[in-house]
Ligand binder design. Sequence first.
Ligand code: BGC
Length: 398
Amino acid sequence: MKRVPLPPGFLWGAATSAHQTEGGNESSDWWVLETMPSSFCEEPSGRAVDSFHRWREDMDLAAAAGLRDYRFSIEWARIEPTCGSFCDKALAHYRQMIEGALQRGLRPLVTLHHFTCPAWFSGGGGWAAPDAPAAFARYVRRVAGILHGVEHVGTINEPNVVAAFPKLIADGPDVLAHGLPEPDEPTAKGLVSAHRQARDILHALLPDTRVGWSVSVQDYQPMPGAERVAAAYVHPRQTRFLLESRSDDWVGVQTYTRIRLGVDGETARPAAPEPAALRTQTGWEYYPAALGGAIRTAAEVVGDVPVIVTENGIATSDDNQRIDYTRGALAALAATLAEGIDVRGYFHWSLLDNYEWGTWNPTFGLIAVDRDNFARSPKPSLAWLGAVGSTGFLPAQE
Ligand code: BGC
C-alpha cells in the first residue's frame, strides 16, 4: 500500500488525564476509593507524577519532540471541591495550562471529565442521581469561561466504562476477566443526559468549539456464527454510546486491543487469545491492528461525524515494542483514511508513565518519570512519534 499523507490540520499528539498525573487530587471520589481501608486499589495516586506543578515541563517535552496537540483533562473536584462553591484559583490554573499549550504550539484538546468526580457528587449518588446532569451542567457553564481558544472539547471520557463503574467498584476489578460488565442503566442515562446538556451549553457559549466525547471502542471480533450474539453484547457496552455521537461534532475513539466473542456471548469473551499470543503489561493481547477495526466500527455507527483517535497505546517496559505497536496502529489508521473514513487526529496514550487506576505497574508513557524526584526522561518513542508527524505521512502497513 502507498504511504498515506496526513490530512491537513490532522491532530498529532499525546494524551494524559488530570487524576493520573497531577497528584494530590484530594477532593475527588477516587482519592476516597484509594485511601479507604478496604480499597481495591493496590496503591494510591498520592503525588502522582506531580504534573499539577510540572505541566510546563511536560508540554515543553511534547512540543520539543514535534507533537502539535495535547489532550489533557480538567479536574472537576478541584474546580468545585464542595457542592456549589467554585474555586477561581483552580479555574485560573487550567486557563494557564490552555494558554501555556497554545504558546508552545500545542493545540489543546480538553476533556471535562476523565473518570473522577468530586467526592460530594459521588457521595450523593453519582451519575445515577436525578440531579447529576444538572450538577455537571453547572460545572460546564463555569468551565466554559476558561475555554476560549480551545478548538476541541470532550465532555466525558469513556462513558461506557464509567457506566460500568458501579459494578466494578462493588465486585472489584477481577470481574474484568469476564469482560466489561454491562453498564448500570441509571448511570448510563445520567451520563447521556449530562453529555447532551454539556454539548448544548458549550455550543451556545463557545460557537467555535467542536464538542464530542470519547468512547472506549473495542475491536470486537465475533467468531463465525456469533455475529448476532455479539451485536447484542456490544450494543449496551458500546454502540448505544456511539449513537449519541451522531449529534456531536466529532467522536473520540480509544482502543488498545481486540476482543473476540463466541456464540455463548458474554461468558465466551475469549479468556485467552491463541496461547502463543503476546500480551502486554495489562494482560491485553498485543494487537496493533485493533485501531483500524475500532475506527471502522465507530464510523459505521456515527456516519459522517469525524473520528479523532483520542487514545491508543501500549503498556510495556520495552520502548521498541511501543514503537512497533504504534507503527502498526498508525498503519491501520492509514488504511481507514485510504478507505475514505474521516479521521481527524491521533493522540497517543500516554505522554507520561502515570497512575493506572490503582496501580503504578503498567507503563504506557512516551516519557518515564522517576517517582521519587519526578524527573522526566523522554523515551525514544516520543522522538519517534514526533518525527513521524513531521514527515507528513503515516507509516505504511508492512
Ligand atoms: C483510560 C485511561 C487509561 C487507559 C489505559 C483508558 O481506558 O481513558 O485513563 O489509563 O485506558 O488503561
